[in-house]
Design a protein around this ligand. Structure first.
Ligand SMILES: [Zn+2]
Ligand SMILES: [Zn+2]
Length: 288
């Protein structure tokens, strides 16, 4: 109850559900947000709007606003770039089509690796890989094991070195949207694109980060996720400064995943995050 009163009226604009890698269903997220007394929440699953759409499909609540959301993994040469999208039309045909392409590419990656191995003259079948994985998730280590079994490599490490390593003859990159494509897709669906947790970009210094922000803003970026459990006072102040300087709206969220990240709580982060509703109003104003 104490937590509920401290966070009453606050928001959490970065939450993952079971539609991606979170452990709570969209309905459980709504219930938890209600218990906490949050005023607004956005489900921002990785590369899918299913969780967000489900949450918005329930009857609206007078006390809790649900914003549509997504988090896209963008293709960058180093570091990790995620781009949040808010207030988008979830049934936008072009958005749906692009997301389908991303999801299909993920599923097809292993099939394409096997095809490349076959092109190299190796007698490997996709079934052999799935049977070695025991029905669970299939990845390159399973393919490597089959190659060892077939005598095409001496060890798993050798299979990577000879075939599967990045740049190797059977390597297939993980397909991701380019930052500009992700931003365009969100804008195309009427949404507001926001750069997630900027510290994961591995920028060398502020100048480096600023250069990147300028480029992303030219592509249509409208916001920066300033308030985040890992940011700390120094980074938060830096991101506030950069957002102001470049006219980007500030957002915040916990990146709640439930059991997968047990130390981060919805609406609260590690205990000290309070994200005011004012940011939702600013986000809405950025949507044109
Ligand atoms: Zn992220
Ligand atoms: Zn996230």
């Amino acid at each position: 109850m104490e937590i509920a009163s401290r966070h009453a009226g606050c928001v959490d604009l970065h939450v993952h559900s079971t539609a991606s890698d979170g452990s709570l269903s969209p309905l459980q997220i709504i219930e938890r947000a209600k218990e906490l007394g949050l005023r607004a929440v956005a489900i921002t699953d990785h590369d899918t709007v299913e969780g967000s759409a489900e949450a918005l499909g329930y009857p609206p609540l007078p006390s809790l606003e649900i914003l549509s959301g997504i988090e896209i993994s963008a293709d960058v040469p180093s570091g990790t770039m995620h781009i949040l999208g808010y207030l988008l039309r979830l049934d936008d045909p072009s958005l749906r089509q692009t997301l389908k392409r991303v999801q299909r590419a993920r599923a097809n990656r292993n099939v394409r690796i096997v095809e490349k191995l076959q092109d190299l003259g190796l007698r490997v079948q996709y079934d052999e890989i799935t049977s070695i994985s025991g029905g669970g998730q299939v990845g390159r280590p399973h393919i490597a094991q089959v190659l060892v079994h077939k005598g095409a490599a001496r060890s798993v490490g050798d299979a990577f070195k000879k075939f599967l390593r990045k740049g190797g003859p059977a390597y297939v990159p993980r397909y991701r949207l380019l930052p500009d494509e992700a931003i365009r897709m969100i804008l195309g669906a009427g949404g507001v694109p926001v750069l997630s947790h900027p510290f994961t970009l591995d920028a060398k210094d502020e100048e480096d980060l600023e250069g990147l922000l300028v480029h992303l803003k030219e592509a249509g970026l409208k916001g920066l996720e300033v308030y985040y459990p890992e940011h700390g006072p120094k980074r938060t102040a830096q991101y506030e400064r950069l957002a102001r300087r470049h006219g980007l709206v500030m957002t915040g969220g916990t990146d709640f995943h439930g059991a997968a990240k047990p130390r981060v709580q919805m609406g609260i982060g590690r205990g000290d995050l309070r994200i005011p509703y004012r940011l939702v109003e600013e986000l809405k104003a950025a949507k044109v």
